[in-house]
Design a protein around this ligand. Structure first.
Ligand code: ADP
Ligand code: AMP
Length: 217
């Protein structure tokens, strides 16, 4: 299955993609995660992407298309497919993805929009924190660890927050989403593969809706 999850920053793409990855055995690809790792490791890609990420702007199409294409060319994506999270974000990226899939003789199965209002997004993003060891994502109010201070997944005791998860930067990220990514919805609607789910319900309800749409088993 070849799926794209699309929606504003903080709508739950990563949370749902990780759950779907396990349920359907399809790799989860997040360009945001790839770029943050590159920034942390101070690679050439990371150095080029850092300023844009911290300002809540998009990294250049050329750079993102390259890292996405590299990952999509790995064997697991050709055998199992993928769940794309955070890519494509511009029409140029969407067209590049189409071209890549065409050369691989694959096509997209579904593009799923996760609907969440902007006011909720601010709460989601400003309360987000992650395990420093395994990257599991939590929320200080909506998705706490079962035992305070201990990661449910790996038992880690250190957590971190994203530098761009503050009120000022999220305003800019939302603006960029409406301006540059929302037009993609019409693009995929035109291809007849766009589906929408309500992302404002609790995580397990959203998961149920998503599983119905994806129906991998
Ligand atoms: P995205 O990958 O779209 O940026 P995340 O999956 O990281 O979003 O979710 C953003 C924040 O919202 C995280 O703190 C996460 O725990 C929380 N969250 C995700 N889905 C829900 C939900 N359905 N209800 C409440 N909080 C949620
Ligand atoms: P995310 O983790 O998806 O919220 O992405 C975090 C940041 O990484 C974004 O605000 C952008 O700066 C950058 N980024 C991630 N994916 C893309 C993309 N497809 N195109 C451009 N920039 C991206």
């Amino acid at each position: 299955m070849r799926i794209i999850l699309i929606g504003p920053p903080g709508c739950g793409k990563g949370t749902q993609a990780k759950l779907l990855q396990d349920h359907c055995d399809i790799p989860h690809l997040s360009t945001g995660d790839m770029l943050r790792l590159a920034v942390e490791s101070e690679t050439a890609v990371g150095l080029r992407a850092k300023t844009a990420i911290e300002a809540g702007q998009l990294v250049s199409d050329e750079l993102v298309i390259q890292i996405a294409a590299d990952r999509l060319s790995e064997r697991d994506c050709s055998t199992k497919g993928f769940i794309l999270d955070g890519f494509p974000r511009t029409e140029l990226q969407a067209r590049a993805l189409d071209k890549l899939l065409e050369t691989q003789k694959f096509s997209l199965d579904k593009v799923i929009k996760i609907l969440v209002a902007d006011e909720v997004i601010i709460q989601r993003v400003t309360g987000r924190f992650m395990c420093m060891i395994c990257g599991a994502v939590y929320h200080e109010e909506f998705r706490k660890t079962h035992v305070e201070g201990i990661c449910d997944i790996c038992g880690g005791e250190q957590f971190t927050r994203r530098k761009d998860d503050n009120q000022e930067v999220i305003t800019s990220r939302l603006h960029v989403y409406h301006l540059q990514t929302v037009p993609l919805l019409a693009y995929y609607q035109g291809k007849g593969i766009l589906e929408s789910i309500d992302g404002s319900s609790p995580v397990d309800i959203v998961t149920q809706q998503l599983r119905k749409v994806v129906a991998c088993r």
